[in-house]
Design a protein around this ligand. Structure first.
Ligand SMILES: *Cc1c(COP(=O)(O)O)cnc(C)c1O
Length: 379
């Protein structure tokens, strides 16, 4: 990989396949169907592989649904496209209805507005309402769909019983990077408040945020819960993880551009926390650097920062066994999910290339970005 110009994200398909096998094991043992949430992982050059295991895509609107149709259904024409938006637009609903096998409305308002039209365009489409179960132990407000005054999903008091007779399923999404105990807590409230409506439904979608592929996730318990739920209500269960698909499947490779001292050692990299690793600032969390320790753990500590003019464009303080030199490679671990689906060209910084290490070991640069990627969005 020495000759690939930094910065680049590298997704390793053998690691991705490990995750897909874990998810497939959940499908096989529990009977649930798992679809990938494109919001978190949408590297479609891997979809030949992903579509061997997962049953389709969860799309957050027209463009993600379109991507699912173009790039996932070509490998499996039976694959499902479940499309949800906080609010659908009049101008897009026809196209969305055509592409989607399942549509999820956020409110009774939206359902009443678009249901007839949606079914007219796609008589086979299955319709769901997103519920806000009003219980979540999501670690951060920015990622808590059940927080105060949430706009995501319908609460019990906003349920209109008429619309419940017209739908095929219910969705909830209330977790973020959580284990199965958090799901159990949500399910308890969901069943308590909405269980009486399950009778005529075909499916319940448990959303995403299940950290199934993380070490320590209690997979046996998840399987057990899904099986019990399906049996009890005679209903199909879906999961739609994004993060768990791309979890620890690759990294972001950058180079040291400059090193100096200003009260502490500072290194400037040819990447950016703000533009290329946005969740590290939004969550925030500290990305691991290969071979590095926390501040002071190893002999030489540096503050690693990005190549933009934002003062806070800082990855953090890391320590190394040897002093950093200009040209050294710095590898940020686990930078495949929620990175290039949301990176930017802020400050005119070059977008990292997209690289895939295929199952047979070959390394393929699938995309490089130049000046046009920056300019094309500005005028
Ligand atoms: C974000 C989101 C997901 C995926 O969440 P992960 O945390 O990436 O698993 C699934 N469903 C909905 C409705 C979402 O908004």
């Amino acid at each position: 990989m020495q000759n690939i110009e930094t910065p680049y994200y590298l997704c390793d398909e053998s690691l991705l396949e490990n995750n897909l096998k874990i998810l497939d094991d959940v499908q096989k043992r529990s009977g649930a169907k798992i679809i990938v949430a494109l919001k978190g992982f949408a590297m479609f050059a891997t979809f030949a592989l992903v579509s061997k295991y997962l049953k389709g895509c969860s799309a957050s609107g027209l463009y993600e649904a379109h991507l699912a149709k173009e790039e996932f259904l070509k490998y499996n024409s039976e694959a499902e496209v479940h499309t949800y938006s906080p609010a659908f637009k009049e101008s897009e609903i026809e196209a969305i209805a055509k592409i989607s096998s399942h549509i999820v409305f956020n409110s009774p308002n939206q359902l009443n507005k678009f249901l007839l039209k949606t079914k007219e365009i796609n008589p086979k489409i299955l319709v769901s309402l997103r519920i806000n179960p009003e219980v979540s132990s999501s670690p951060k407000d920015i990622y808590n769909p059940c927080g105060l005054y949430s706009r995501l999903g319908t609460t019990l008091s906003n349920i209109d019983k008429e619309s419940l007779n017209r739908i095929d399923g219910l969705n909830f999404h209330a977790l973020c990077e959580q284990n199965v105990d958090a799901l159990e807590e949500v399910l308890l409230a969901f069943e308590r408040d909405f269980g009486i409506y399950f009778k005529n439904l075909k499916y319940i979608n448990f959303g995403g945020g299940h950290h199934i592929t993380k070490k320590g996730y209690d997979i046996d318990r998840l399987v057990c819960i899904i099986k019990d739920f399906s049996l009890k209500y005679q209903i199909d269960v879906y999961l739609e993880p994004g993060e768990a698909v791309g979890w620890e499947t690759g990294y972001l490779v950058s180079s040291v551009l400059d090193v100096f001292e200003n009260g502490m050692n500072v290194a400037i990299l040819d990447t950016s926390a703000e533009a290329h690793m946005p969740d590290t600032l939004a969550m925030p969390y500290r990305a691991e650097v290969r071979g590095a320790g926390v501040s002071g753990e190893k002999k030489y500590t540096y503050r690693l920062g990005g190549n933009t003019c934002l003062a806070g464009d800082i990855m953090g303080d890391y320590s190394f066994d040897e002093p950093l030199k200009i040209g050294d490679t710095i590898i940020f671990e686990d930078q495949i999910h929620y990175t290039f689906v949301k990176n930017t060209t802020f400050n005119g910084i070059k977008l990292p290339s997209l690289v895939i290490k295929r199952l047979d070991g070959t390394v393929e640069i699938v995309k490089e970005f130049g000046y046009e990627a920056y300019k094309s969005r500005l005028s």
